[in-house]
Design a protein. Structure first.
Length: 359
């Protein structure tokens, strides 16, 4: 059988070190699947040297092969520099949806009633970001304006992916935009959520206004949830939801590209950890690779290949079980380094897949 290709996007500082840890877990003798892992160096130095040519090349490879795994990278602040590689990747790949999932880490105390995973599915483009802004008048009579836009195709992609994600994870679709105040603009997403609910009648559906969504997160029953959102609403929600679990170490981020209809299967997926490059931890073998490992697992789980799906599940379960049994890095109160933690996940993943094969 032809090897599945995952395009590897290298990064900066600790981001690169944690990517290398995740790649150790993806080796064929661990996951039982032959994977092709072509690498592109997206370090700041190489992006500058190629004037972002390497970023465009990496995006083209992800479009061709459908899967990408990215390390955390540095975005320089200076005008005229190479800017954000994530923006280029998003545009070149055609990413429409960003999915960030928070989950409880064994031994880490969550906030409130949060227990089961919560995924925020938000628009990757449009809405408040990239809106045209201007001002008129002066003094206290000065007025600021902003013209925002969303597209029905994008609303449909967010809604459809939300219901598919809920279907896969046994979750309910919860929340939504402020459609009562903005029935024309924000109501477009609500219309697509309602239409997706009709296409997926087996998925529990509890639409809520965005302000009620924030309030009810803390008092929820602890059931798994998928929350579809506009771009800025989802950005803010992600920043709230992930820390609710006590640490973002168990959270991964997915960029999803779709065809023109918005309800087709994804055409490309790029996974990464939700954290940054952590320069203070570079070279010390103490950083937590958990989020990068879970990002790799999420990528495998999203494929249509049963062997890859099984490998993704094995990695995820092995990681969480290891932490539950006290195998933790310092940020979670443990004494394992990056290498030792990864070694443990490798051993447990192999054992799980061996046992499942025997059954």
């Amino acid at each position: 059988m032809e090897a599945r290709t995952i395009v590897i996007l290298g990064g900066d500082q600790t981001g690169q070190e944690l990517l290398e840890a995740a790649l150790r877990v993806l080796q064929p003798d661990v996951v039982g699947v032959e994977l092709s892992l072509p690498e592109f160096d997206l370090s700041l130095a190489n992006r500058r040297a190629t004037r972002n040519g390497v970023v465009h090349d990496a995006a083209r490879a992800i479009r061709d092969h459908g899967l990408g795994l990215k390390a955390a990278t540095i975005t320089p602040e200076g005008a005229g520099d190479v800017g954000s590689p994530n923006r280029i990747l998003r545009e070149d790949i055609g990413g429409k949806v960003i999915v960030r999932t928070g989950r409880r880490i064994p031994g880490v105390v969550p906030v409130g009633g949060v227990h089961a995973p919560i995924s925020v599915v938000r628009m990757a483009v449009g809405d408040a970001y990239g809106a045209r802004e201007w001002r008129e008048g002066s003094g206290l009579d000065e007025i600021a304006f902003r013209t925002e836009r969303i597209e029905r195709r994008l609303c449909r992609a967010v809604a459809e992916f939300s219901f598919r994600q809920a279907e896969r994870s046994g979750a309910k679709v919860f929340g939504g935009p402020k459609y009562t105040v903005s029935p024309v603009y924000e109501g477009m997403l609500k219309e697509e959520m309602d239409a997706a609910a009709e296409r997926h009648p087996e998925v529990p559906y509890e639409p809520q206004l965005i302000d009620a969504t924030f309030a009810l997160l803390i008092s929820s029953s602890g059931a798994p949830m998928v929350i579809p959102a506009l771009n800025r609403d989802g950005d803010i929600l992600s920043d709230l939801v992930l820390p609710l679990f006590g640490s973002i170490a168990g959270s991964e981020s997915l960029l999803v590209a779709f065809g023109d209809e918005g309800i087709d299967e994804p055409t490309a997926l790029m996974a990464e950890a939700a954290h940054g490059t952590a320069p203070a931890l570079e070279g010390k073998d103490v950083a937590n690779p958990m989020a990068m490992i879970l990002a790799a697992a999420a990528l495998l789980a999203q494929t249509d290949d049963e062997r890859c799906q099984a490998a993704g599940r094995a990695i995820r379960e092995a990681t969480l079980e290891a932490v539950a049994e006290g195998v933790r890095t310092a940020d979670l109160g443990g004494h394992h380094g990056t290498t030792a933690f990864t070694d443990e996940i490798i051993g447990r993943t192999r054992t799980k897949l061996d046992v499942w094969a025997s059954l």
